[in-house]
Design a protein around this ligand. Structure first.
Ligand SMILES: [Zn+2]
Length: 355
């Protein structure tokens, strides 16, 4: 098997020693930023699958090593750079997601599904030092999926790769030079049996919207655990559904964004392929981007088109909140991001001790 090395730009763009490999996908622009030093072809294709949610098929036995570094390359150009002399076809589909096929001579040879592979999260340098020079702030996100005997709570563990959604979130947060990087999804158990039962009870017929509004928050705060790294790391908890078609919500006391899986489950098929061009996909990443805004201490605003618009004030038939942030919001979000963790009242930022 021939060794594949894509040398374009590699020698002069060698990253600093110890710098992590990174594959960043921008789903709206359909471009990639990549900084990959020397990775096996199949692993890199697995990473691309995990980040994009594409279907990736490869010819069995096709091997190679890839080293590339580039920014904002349209998807097909990016594939050409990293695949070198391998052939490929990249087909967006109206139903289902994008399909990438990689082969030696004939596309019919690309029969093997590539499994999603995730780059392990690597600790970036501490954030809290010095003044804000506008540099890229990489924030660690732990993703959890709730395990429960109640169907309304129990998330399907096969649908927990939310990296494509997070790619959409990061694209909206690009103007702030803040990037959320997810760790591997982990199962989570409810902290309280009674609260679990009470939450499931909110779905019973006859429970009014008012009752849900009054009870839900209290139940969730009892049901979800107080994690030891609360306020130090961002947490996204995937729950199966929420009553009354609630979208995602940030729970400041827990330092968690709660994300109902049912809202995006229809976008993902059994092979983990995302309908990456669907308006629902962008709506869901927009909603998650809004909640991440709350986690970065941003309150609601009344400005149409702003990412943090109060859902009740939003006009028009658009699918999500806006995606704009003001200069003031960017400063506030970066100030919070510098702590490395989400806004948790009384915990992060630390309360100032009276003199
Ligand atoms: Zn909100």
């Amino acid at each position: 098997m021939r060794l594949l090395l894509t040398w374009i730009g590699f020698a002069l763009l060698l990253p600093a020693a110890g710098a992590a490999n990174s594959v960043v996908w921008h789903p709206k622009a359909r471009t990639f930023d990549m900084n990959v030093r020397a990775m096996g072809l199949e692993q890199l294709l697995g990473v691309i699958k995990a980040e994009t949610g594409w279907e990736v098929l490869v010819e069995p036995g096709l091997k190679g090593r890839v080293g590339v570094k580039f920014r904002e390359k349209p998807a097909a150009d990016a594939m050409r750079l990293l695949l070198g002399d391998k052939r490929f076809s990249l087909v967006p589909r109206t139903k289902g997601g994008t399909r990438l096929m990689v082969y030696e001579s004939n596309r019919r040879g690309a029969t093997q599904q590539v499994a999603a592979a995730m780059l392990a999260y690597e600790e970036a340098e501490p954030l809290g030092q010095g003044r804000d020079d506008g540099r890229l702030l990489t924030l660690k996100v732990k993703v959890h999926h709730l395990k429960s005997s109640y169907a309304s709570i129990n998330a399907d563990s096969k649908l927990t790769n939310i990296r494509p959604l997070l790619a959409g979130v990061n694209e909206m947060w690009q103007s702030t030079n803040i990037r959320f990087v997810a760790d591997r999804p982990l199962p989570m158990r409810a902290a309280d049996r009674d609260a679990e039962k009470a939450f499931a009870g909110l779905f019973k017929p006859g429970v009014s919207a008012t009752a849900v509004a009054q009870l839900q928050s209290r139940i969730l705060h009892k049901m979800l655990p107080d994690l030891p790294d609360r306020g130090k790391v961002f947490h996204i908890v995937v729950i199966y559904t929420m009553p009354r078609a609630y979208g995602a919500v940030y729970l400041p006391a827990k330092g968690m964004v709660l994300m109902p899986q049912v809202k995006f489950a229809a976008l993902v098929d059994a092979n983990g392929v995302w309908k990456d061009g669907s308006p629902v996909f962008f709506a869901q990443s927009n909603i998650l981007a809004h909640e991440m805004g709350h986690s970065l201490s941003l309150p609601h605003v009344a400005t149409q088109g702003n990412l943090m618009i109060d859902g009740k004030l939003r006009e028009g038939g658009g699918v999500g909140p806006g995606d704009r942030l003001t200069a003031k919001q960017i400063i506030a979000a970066r100030r919070q991001a510098f702590s490395g963790g989400p806004y948790v009242p009384g915990l992060n930022p630390k309360p100032i001790k009276p003199k």
